[in-house]
Design a protein around this ligand. Structure first.
Ligand SMILES: NC(=O)c1ccc[n+]([C@@H]2O[C@H](COP(=O)([O-])OP(=O)(O)OC[C@H]3O[C@@H](n4cnc5c(N)ncnc54)[C@H](O)[C@@H]3O)[C@@H](O)[C@H]2O)c1
Ligand SMILES: [Zn+2]
Length: 359
């Protein structure tokens, strides 16, 4: 088992990574203050892992909440079901919420924990590759609004993150690729050597070779933890974690939440960020191509959806959370392994790139 720490003073918390962790009550018990536990999961994950986790927590009064699966349900009315269950079972302020599932469940459970009785403890048990390397770490929680993704939410850190790599065995290949998008992101923004390593091992990573996938998860979590510790509330450097996401969120919103997976949209969005960085003269064509090839090798799209035009991007990107005082800021690459967040780029280069999008 590997252990990392997200360093946030008195709100610091551990990330445990390894095989068989779902059965280890000793990893959970130190982070559960009372007897009441509410496990939030979805109807895809519940038949796979809920019983196992309930057995592990046999000494607690556990209330399971099984939500409908998918991004399309990351909204107010689904969130309400968590509060309904907590109140029906009379959970008090010492209750602990446990998110068992992918990023949708993690984001909603975290937000519910931030709101319920003005804040109760929660633990992340991410079961998708994407949630294990990204969404379970860092404390961004929330739901979607029809006008924009993750527009309603809170920064709220978990007490612990438990990553059981065994849970990846049931994950569809398409979801594995979606998780690899965020893993590639860490290499592109922060770690050139990790990028080399990913190029070398991509086929085995797609097959979830245990030692390699554990290493990829640990390196990704280490980078995320470091960036979050430096800038928890995204006043600065944390925004680099959004490489490809401004374009990607626009793609997700345009296609309807859930049709393109988040990771797929980020794959295409990172390819667009690589292209724009090249158009601006910051990357060579060879570097751009190298990045795009790696994204494609992970089984991800590298072009925007057909029919999504430049004006669609502009309209949807205008609500991005990185827009400040009406100015669009983008995460771009100064070089491979080094990202910047900037509004200071040639708008014409963006315009030219978007002019040929979706055709
Ligand atoms: N909070 C953050 O910092 C952050 C970062 C990145 C992404 N996100 C959010 O995360 C969400 C995407 O997360 P996701 O990709 O995990 O999506 P998801 O939660 O929808 O899970 C993907 C699918 O896999 C299923 N699943 C989960 N675990 C499984 C398993 N072990 N075996 C088989 N099937 C399993 C789910 O039921 C679902 O159908 C988006 O809403 C995105 O906005 C948040
Ligand atoms: Zn993401």
């Amino acid at each position: 088992m590997q252990q990392l720490t997200v360093n946030l003073d008195d709100r610091s918390y551990p990330i445990h990574i390894g095989s068989g962790l779902l059965g280890q009550v000793e990893l959970l018990a130190p982070h559960i203050a009372g007897r009441q536990v509410c496990i939030v999961t979805d109807d895809t994950v519940a038949p796979l892992y809920l019983q196992r986790l309930c057995q592990t927590l046999a000494d607690y009064a556990v209330v399971p909440v099984v939500l409908p699966t998918g991004e399309a349900f990351k909204n107010w009315s689904t969130l309400q079901q968590i509060f309904d269950a907590l109140l029906a079972a009379r959970h008090d302020r010492r209750t602990t919420l446990i998110a068992l599932g992918g990023g949708v469940i993690g984001d909603m459970t975290g937000f519910a924990a931030a709101c319920y009785q003005r804040g109760v403890d929660f633990i992340q048990i991410p079961t998708t590759l994407l949630s294990q390397v990204d969404s379970s770490v860092g404390g961004k929680t929330g739901i979607n609004h029809p006008a924009g993704k993750n527009m309603i939410g809170a920064f709220y850190q978990p007490k612990a993150v438990l990553i059981d790599t065994d849970s990846l065995r049931t994950l569809p290949a398409r979801e594995v690729s979606a998780g690899l998008a965020e893993i590639i992101k860490y290499g592109l923004i922060r770690d050139r050597q990790f990028l080399d390593w990913l190029e070398q091992h991509m086929p085995a990573l797609r097959e979830l070779e245990p030692a390699l996938i554990t290493e990829a998860i640990a390196r990704s979590c280490a980078i995320k933890a470091e960036v979050v510790a430096a800038d928890e509330r995204e006043g600065g450097v944390r925004a680099i974690l959004n490489l490809g996401h401004t374009f990607g969120h626009a793609i997700e919103a345009h296609q309807g939440y859930g049709n393109w997976l988040h990771g797929e949209a980020v794959g295409a969005g990172m390819a667009m960020a690589l292209e724009l960085s090249q158009r601006l003269g910051w990357l060579s064509e060879a570097e751009q191509q190298r990045g795009v090839t790696l994204i494609a090798a992970a089984g991800l799209p590298v072009t925007p959806p057909r029919g999504m035009l430049g004006e669609d991007f502009k309209r949807l990107m205008a609500v991005d959370k990185k827009v400040l005082d009406g100015q669009l800021r983008l995460v771009l690459l100064k070089q491979m392994g080094e990202a910047v967040v900037t509004a200071d780029f040639d708008g014409q280069a963006l315009h030219s790139m978007l002019a040929v999008a979706g055709r």
